[in-house]
Design a protein around this ligand. Structure first.
Ligand code: BDR
Ligand code: CA
Length: 303
């Protein structure tokens, strides 16, 4: 099994990505690290604990960062609701799974203690992974790969040229892309393509209690252009690990714009560079992806 640590800001699509990961037979999820992001840490932390209460899983939860390294805080409450998980009433968890301590230190210890190299999955702003790498540079030796939902090849969703997770903490993202670790990226364009059709929504609704929960959350998302197909991004990064055959992947050099007046937080993805630092998904086979997605939800429901 692949040891996995998830940095997440639940967030509706984060809940889907975590749910799938927690029940994937390929993963041994070591730790969940909710961070500030879509909404404030107090909500993302509670949402993570509540999700585990709902799923009856017991993965340790460690509180991540409550703000970006340098950038001003942003919020996506307009998409995910005030608490981050509008559309479903989770049972209120107690705090038993919450492990006290600094996320960077606890991640470092878990990674160094692991006999197998650990995969890091980043589906929110990358603040905590940057703090980990800055504080414990040697940790990279035992990281297998960092897999990210974030960045954009073309236009952004937070600003004209920046995607939300990277825009949330551009300085942190730049630390991660310069870490020397193998990096895989599911950029915005992939999530834009894997939108869920009303017919798929019906299938999801029929995947037991887990399906009903995800159906409730997904139903809250309203596309601004009125498209009945809704976009959920974070599971695409999980698919990049578990269903790589669904993707066309290209090597690229990824740099994050930290100085631009209008382009702050933009990911500059150069497919022509002779010095690639990442593998970026540039296309996805919709049929393969949706089959994987629905099967994974079913698998999670059967627990
Ligand atoms: C990303 O931003 C967040 O709102 C989602 O959870 C996802 O991680 C998409 O740009
Ligand atoms: Ca997210």
């Amino acid at each position: 099994k692949q040891p996995l640590i998830i940095s997440t800001d639940p967030g509706i699509d984060d809940i889907a990505a975590m749910t799938i990961s927690l029940f994937a037979s390929e993963f041994d999820v070591k730790m969940l690290v909710p961070t500030w992001g879509n909404v404030a840490l107090e909500y993302t932390l509670q949402n993570t604990l509540n999700l585990e209460e709902f799923l009856h899983t017991k993965v340790p939860v460690v509180a991540g960062a409550n703000q970006p390294l340098v950038a001003p805080m942003i919020s996506a409450a307009s998409v995910h609701g005030k608490t981050g998980v509008a559309g479903y009433d989770f049972p209120e968890a107690n705090e038993q799974l919450l492990v006290p301590g600094l996320a960077a230190t606890l991640m470092h210890n878990a990674i160094m203690d692991s006999p197998k190299k650990v995969t890091l999955l980043g589906i929110g702003p990358l603040t905590d992974f940057a703090l980990l790498i800055k504080q414990y540079p040697n940790v990279v030796e035992n990281i297998a790969q960092i897999v990210i939902m974030g960045g954009n090849i073309g236009r952004g969703n937070h600003s004209p040229l920046a995607e939300y997770n990277i825009a949330g903490d551009p300085e942190a993202a730049q630390v991660v892309f310069h870490s020397g670790v193998e990096i895989k990226v599911a950029p915005l364009e992939i999530g834009n393509k894997t939108h869920i059709t009303p017919q798929q929504m019906e299938e999801i609704k029929n995947c037991g209690e887990v399906g009903k929960m995800l159906y409730g959350l997904f139903s809250h998302i309203k596309e601004p252009d009125g498209d009945p197909r809704i976009k959920i991004f974070d599971p695409t990064a999980v698919a990049l690990i578990l269903c790589p055959e669904a993707f066309v992947i290209k090597k690229a050099r990824v740099e994050i714009e930290l100085a631009g007046r209008f382009t702050y937080g933009a990911s500059v993805i150069d497919f022509m560079s002779g010095q690639p630092n990442a593998e970026v998904a540039v296309d996805v086979d919709l049929e393969k992806f949706s089959r994987w997605f629905t099967n994974s939800i079913n698998q999670a429901d059967q627990g």
